[in-house]
Design a protein around this ligand. Sequence first.
Ligand SMILES: [Zn+2]
Ligand SMILES: [Zn+2]
Length: 703
Amino acid sequence: MIIMKLVLQLQLFTSYQSGVPKFHQFSSVPDLKHLLNNAAKLKSLKHATQIHSQLVTTNNHASLANINTLLLLYAKCGSIHHTLLLFNTYPHPSTNVVTWTTLINQLSRSNKPFQALTFFNRMRTTGIYPNHFTFSAILPACAHAALLSEGQQIHALIHKHCFLNDPFVATALLDMYAKCGSMLLAENVFDEMPHRNLVSWNSMIVGFVKNKLYGRAIGVFREVLSLGPDQVSISSVLSACAGLVELDFGKQVHGSIVKRGLVGLVYVKNSLVDMYCKCGLFEDATKLFCGGGDRDVVTWNVMIMGCFRCRNFEQACTYFQAMIREGVEPDEASYSSLFHASASIAALTQGTMIHSHVLKTGHVKNSRISSSLVTMYGKCGSMLDAYQVFRETKEHNVVCWTAMITVFHQHGCANEAIKLFEEMLNEGVVPEYITFVSVLSACSHTGKIDDGFKYFNSMANVHNIKPGLEHYACMVDLLGRVGRLEEACRFIESMPFEPDSLVWGALLGACGKHANVEMGREVAERLFKLEPDNPGNYMLLSNIYIRHGMLEEADEVRRLMGINGVRKESGCSWIDVKNRTFVFNANDRSHSRTQEIYGMLQKLKELIKRRGYVAETQFATNSVEGSEEQSLWCHSEKLALAFGLLVLPPGSPVRIKKNLRTCGDCHTVMKFASEIFQREIIVRDINRFHRFTNGSCSCMDYW
Ligand SMILES: [Zn+2]
Ligand SMILES: [Zn+2]
């Protein structure tokens, strides 16, 4: 009703305007104010420009009050373009602090922090002093772009102009520090505030949560309890409980929400459901979700994410479909979390189904969604689908490029990865930290030493990115892989920070490949100190000894594992058949078709022995002497392979996932099997993809 009335008034005004001679004056100032207010309420840019042009034709436009009101009107209509145009039309003498503040506020809110700062500085050079509104407007700009030193300069100005006692300014200031990641400075401001309101307390809670200091967030919340927390305080503290998996306190907060009658607020409910999901109480979350009250897209997203957390993909899909049935339009976050989840459990069928839904809704143009699609197809082992999505995306951001480069690399297409990286540079896209991890690994897999060093050096020299541990590890791997072990050692010594297990692990792998027992032993000892619980390092060293026939030393390493209480994680493989995931452990005999599976393995063994296969018994662990070969044939990935060969239609690819690195013997068997059965076999182990076709693997036997 109210809206209708406003529209009517404005229409009257416009028709009045067109029929009236140009010399029309507003009969009174309140009339004009009324119209401006109405246009602002409707956020109608069309009406705003009409009023503006009327003011110009009636020569009423140059008064400061009218300029300010118009500026505010354009700001409320969300048109930064009109605001700037109007502002730039008037010479500075006809502006005051209100004019500037309106503009700065608008720039700050429209995500233009640097422009906001420029105008803030320009205002000061014209001799106009900022007031508390100006400061409250400029601080969010610094916060948004994490401009800590600019923020500190503004802090000094606030101090100089004596606005620190203003609770709004002080809250904006502490909020800025929190968003710039400096909770210490935020606390200083908070401690010195003479008057705090709920907003300032909430800013502290939000700040602590944002900086992952969950315990501190809960501490501040306890103090807020006596003031009467609102939905911001409550939903932030629930995030803190979720972060700490602090269920007891979370339940107390739930109780106080019920007592305060806030449980119906969708914002509060979402945080509560999220907290229960993250604390592992999915049933309580479901109860809340189904228990009436409003639900928005975030509520659904929280439930979908909750399903993934308990690895229940089918249920997540059910929620996704129910959401669509209820007429809730999935948003960018829903899709991208669905794809990431499909990727993390390599559920290709579900991922493809959601993809087709995205195509229907036209969301695919969105670069965040297409990059998560690329990653999903990549992780599900479908490199070609990933590439198709990538090529069909019109505008690639750096995340999208990086996703595709990573997929190429993970699938052993290192040359394509490097080619794509060059293409990205040619398009003028600035690479990120993570882009270089993929590119350098690709160089390493193809033995491109010169290119590797060229890119590594370009990080700091050209792109202003400090190489991190991952990049150093790639370079060590690159040198180690081609056998330049001494050089790799010197490279590690030249590092500007302490090398970690990733870096030493790369060198240990190279020692294994190039049979350097001495260096291998030294490196392994460092690794045992750095991560005494990682069975992988013990296994690597023991394999180096075994390859050299140093069986006693190998036994010694196994004994050390026992002393340190390290247990080799038991192997486990998954295979998807017709939307169902089948899990196989080593020696598994639980499947209903166990007889056929072991029969298939026997047949496979005979076939490949005829082609020259010899069991690589060094990979047999924990087995009685004489039965090594037999134990090799009970590895989980072999069982999954046999099952796949039995049930998947001829010619279709077999996709297997494994929780550990795949062993050398299984690797060899997969190669043979891909040739004999003329099938593509894709094994995604903990490190990478192995794509077996026609008797060879995409990893070129190095992993
Ligand atoms: Zn194996
Ligand atoms: Zn391989």
